[in-house]
Structures are given as C-alpha cells and as structure tokens.
Design a protein around this ligand. Structure first.
Ligand code: GDP
Ligand code: GDP
Length: 513
C-alpha cells in the first residue's frame, strides 16, 4: 500500500489501506464547482492538490480519512477529475454517483447555494434519492447568516436532510457530520491489536474531578474503539512534502529569499500539470524532506505602480495561502510592521496555515558605519529582543508564530528557515489523544481566564477532531460561541502542554444535554 499517500491523509483508490477498508464510507457527490473538494479538504485536513500536483495520474476518486467525535470513517470525493469537455460532464458525474451508491454508507450531495439549480443537480438528486442509501443535501457557500434562508429553496430537490454549510468558512460542518455519523454503521471491532485502551484506561482510574464525567470516555472505549493509527501519529511525517508560501508586501525580499532558499540547491522547477495559470512551484529537497515553494512565478511578479503592487501582494498572499501548509510572512526590518503586513498576517492567521514571521534585511539594522558604533544613518544598531517585542505587539494574533531574523541577500540564517518550516509542519499534524486531553483539562485553572461570568462555559470533555490545523471540539454545558479571551486562554494552555508551534488552534463548541 502506498504509505506516502496515506501519510498525506488520502490514498488513491488502488492504494486504500487495508486497515481503512473496514471503515464506513461517506461519498461526496455533486457537479463541478459546487465546492466538493473544498469540503473534502476541510474534512480530511489534507489538500487535494497533493494529488493534483502529480502529473499524469489518472484518478477519478480521492479517498481520505476523517475522525469525528472519536469515530473514524473514510470519505471519498467523487469529483476527483472531471473532463473539461462540458458535454462529458453529466455522464461523468452520473458514473461516479453510481459508484458512490454501490460503495458508500452515506452520501452527501453538494449544491452551490448561490446559484440556481441546474439540470444535472436535479437528475443527480433523483438518482441518489432512488438509491436507497442515506442521503444528505449540503447547500454550500452559505457564508453568512443572511444567506442561510436561501438553503430552504433547495428543499424542492426532495431531500429530507438539508444542511446549509460553508465549506470555505467551516460553518455548518459540525452539524453535517453529526447527522452523517448518526447513520453510519458502527466500526467493526475486529482489530484487537488496534484497540488502544491504555491512555483512556489510565484516565478512568485516576478520574476524580466531578467536572469530567466519564460517560463520553466509556463511549469511546466501548462503542467506537480508539484505533492506533501509526501513520498518523506525530513524528512520522518526516518524508512528507511541505508546501510553503512566501508572502509579504512588495520589496520586502520575497524573491531574494526564494532564491536563497532554492539557489544553492538543485531546484526542480515543476509547472503543475493541467493548469492554465502560470503557477510554477519549486521543490527543494533537504535531508529527506521536500519543501515545495508554491507559485514562485507569482512571487517574482512585480506590479506596475506602488499601490497596484501592494494590492496585488495581498491578493497573491491569499491565493498562495490556499495552496500551502506553511507560510513565511516576510517583513522588511528597515520598515517594520506596516498596515499591509498586518493585513496579510491576518489572512495567514485565518487561513489555518502555519505561520513563521521572517524579519528580512536584518543586515540593515546591524551593519555599523565608519565610526564602528552606529548604523550608516546614525542610529544605534537594533536589539533583536526589543525589535521582536515590537513586531509581536503589532501582530498579536500571531503569537504562536516563530520569528526569525534573516538576511536573504547575504544568505544569513537561511538554514534556520528550513528547520523551522519542518518543525511547524510536523507540529500542525500532531494529534493529542482524548485521554491526554482530559488529563490536561483537569489541571487547567479556569479561574485564571479573564472572562466575564456570564460568558463562562463548563467544559465536560474535549477531543481533537482534526489536524492541520489542530481542531478541538469542546463538549460544554451551553451552546455558545466561545468568548474571545476564553479561546485565547485555552489555546495558550494547550500550547504550553502540547506545543503546536506555529499553527493556529481552532475550536468548536458542542453543547451536551
Ligand atoms: P468542486 O469542483 O465541486 O470540487 O469545487 P471546488 O471545491 O473546487 O470549489 C469551487 C469554487 O467554489 C472554488 O473557487 C472554491 O473556493 C469555491 N467555494 C467552495 N466552498 C465555498 C464556500 O463555502 N463559500 C464560497 N464563497 N465559495 C466556496
Ligand atoms: P519582493 O518584491 O518581496 O520579491 O522583494 P525583492 O526580493 O525583489 O527585494 C526587494 C529589494 O530588497 C531588492 O533590492 C533586494 O536586493 C533587497 N533585499 C532583499 N533581501 C535583502 C536583505 O536581506 N538585505 C538587504 N539589505 N536588502 C535586501
């Protein structure tokens, strides 16, 4: 079986892991552009481009694994590759839907909530509804509350379960998964060596706090055994490729950095097959780890006017983030953090990608002039600690991002960039078991969180539902959005205990009643 593929969170059809083949299967269907792969990527935490980048691979289905509330399932994106030829599209969708009907335990049909229903939607829904399998209609692209009402229009397709979602923003996904997992068959329990009871058993033994009811744990240990997933445990990803986006304002030194990172090594320039854009990636291999710098053509592209260039740099940053695992937010040391830097940093933070803050042109802040005491402009050389504090004050939300001082033009500290990328790419895929998580929760002093009394929630239990970025589901007494400072407090506590260096941490609240 294809170890690389599984490690990346997916496997092509022929390479499905034997251990995964027992898992219940969820199929995602729908016509092109409705957001199937966005949904798939959100659910599996892997990116479809991982396969898409391989030239010449013919695949019409991509499998991934997903874990929800301690249960595992496989998920298949049936829209893998659809021929560009418009005329072929309907027949291809139907062929794939047919396969889904045969193989899947539950089917999610995705429609674009912002467009009119098209005839393939109608035909496809008819086919799926007749198939006799549990079906769910996900009305996608419902990004704002104002759009939600529109989802009702899609009821006329005849689905009983109509769920508005935003695959891009992540809203509605939890409810969709709850509904889907409800109908999935329980996982077959015939892998004795794979039932990991140690961590959770220990917890049950030293269970003494009244706040953390053992119920959910019994559920985990009994109904849906926690399986050891060797390929997913952290530290086993060393050979994986990491996609890196170099982002930042014009002239901060992105192209210079790219040259420094790729220049001394044999850079393989690989245009992505099948794309008409001028996207070019460069791949560098270092100690068995591949670093893929995404869309390097875009990094080198220069805008015409200063304002245009600046606007373009923000657009490019968003685009590059989409294709990346890790981003290098480059800042010009001489200029410090400007509004556009903060803007781009904000996108990086929200995207769920890991972030490394790279202070470039540090040479300008330290090279002293003829008197040997001061810089050429008469100022004293900058102090790294003070400088870093200033950057951190301006980019508060990126407090988890490691910060590096480099000089791309002089090739200074470039090696540390590779090391940090490798570190954060490993950290973002780490998994904490529910047992570890609950032991940790018992130690947290929630009195220390500066949250208004009426905004407090009691956490019964918490589990890591996804990696990349690490996503935690909190089972609470109230169905409320977490207060900002509470989220921050909990995030910091998690970091102190488990690291997750460089990665944002996402939370989801589930009221337990
Ligand atoms: P697929 O062909 O069905 O796999 O669709 P994709 O996942 O490639 O998505 C098609 C387009 O819709 C892309 O440009 C996505 O960025 C966009 N898209 C996907 N989900 C959402 C969403 O929830 N909201 C919005 N506004 N756009 C989305
Ligand atoms: P980009 O627009 O972000 O790709 O920036 P470039 O890589 O084109 O760099 C902009 C300018 O900054 C060029 O004149 C570079 O030579 C200069 N530059 C880049 N890195 C450094 C550095 O580490 N130190 C100094 N002093 N100048 C640099």
């Amino acid at each position: 079986r294809d170890v690389e593929a599984i490690a990346a969170g997916f496997s092509v059809e022929t390479g499905v892991a034997a251990e995964a083949a027992d898992l219940p299967l969820i199929a995602v269907c729908g016509r092109p552009n409705v957001g199937k792969s966005t949904l798939f990527n959100r659910l599996t935490g892997s990116r479809r481009s991982i396969v898409g980048d391989e030239p010449g691979i013919t695949r019409d289905r991509i499998y991934g694994e997903i874990e929800w509330m301690g249960r595992d399932a496989r998920i298949v994106d049936t829209g893998g590759v659809v021929p560009d030829d418009e005329a072929l599209i309907p027949s291809e969708i139907f062929r794939q839907a047919q396969v889904a009907l045969e193989e899947a335990d539950a089917i999610v049909m995705v429609v674009d909530g912002r467009t009119e229903l098209a005839s393939p939607d109608l035909e496809l829904s008819r086919l799926l509804l007749r198939g006799g399998k549990p079906v769910f209609l996900a009305v996608n692209k419902m990004d704002t509350d104002a759009l939600l009402a529109g989802a009702e229009n899609f009821r006329r397709l005849g689905f009983r379960n109509v769920m508005p979602i935003s695959a891009e923003h992540g809203s509605g996904i939890g409810d969709l998964l709850d509904a889907v997992f409800e109908v999935l068959p329980e996982e077959q329990d015939h892998e004795p060596e794979a039932v990991m009871l140690t961590a959770d058993n220990e917890l049950e033994e030293d269970e003494d706090g009244p706040d953390f009811s053992p119920e959910p744990l019994q559920h985990e240990a009994g109904a849906a055994p926690v399986r050891v997933r060797r390929l997913r445990s952290h530290g086993e990803y060393d050979n994986k490729e990491t996609k890196v986006a170099i982002i930042g304002r014009p002239n901060v030194g992105k192209s210079t950095l790219l040259n420094a990172l790729t220049g001394t090594d044999r850079a393989i320039v690989s245009p992505i097959a099948g794309t008409t854009r001028d996207a070019v990636d460069e791949v560098v291999e270092r100690g068995g780890h591949n670093f893929r710098f995404v869309d390097t053509a875009g990094i080198r592209r220069k805008g015409k006017t200063k304002l245009m260039a600046e606007k373009l740099s923000v657009i490019m940053a968003r685009k590059h983030l989409e294709a990346a695992d890790v981003s290098l937010l480059v800042i010009d040391a001489g200029e410090g953090v400007a509004a556009a830097d903060a803007n781009i940093g904000g996108y990086a933070h929200e995207s769920g990608r890991s972030v490394i803050i790279v202070i470039n042109k540090w040479d300008l802040m330290t090279k002293v002039g003829p008197d040997g005491m001061r810089l050429f402009d008469g100022k004293p050389p900058a102090d790294q600690k003070i400088y870093e504090q200033d950057v951190r004050d301006k980019l508060k939300y990126l407090d988890y991002a490691p910060l590096l001082f480099i000089s791309a033009a002089d090739g200074k500290n470039i090696e540390s960039v590779f090391k940090k990328v490798e570190l954060v790419s490993r950290e973002r895929r780490k998994r904490v078991t529910t047992g570890q998580m609950n032991r940790f929760l018992e130690k947290v002093d929630f009195q220390k969180a500066s949250v208004p009394m009426n905004k407090r929630v009691r956490i019964y239990y918490m589990t890591q539902a996804a990696v990349a970025p690490p996503t935690f589901v909190l089972f609470t007494d109230k169905d409320v959005k977490l207060h900002f400072s509470f989220e921050r407090f909990l995030g910091n506590q998690i970091r102190e205990n488990f690291g997750f260096i460089g990665s944002p941490i996402w939370f989801k609240v589930k009221a337990r009643n």
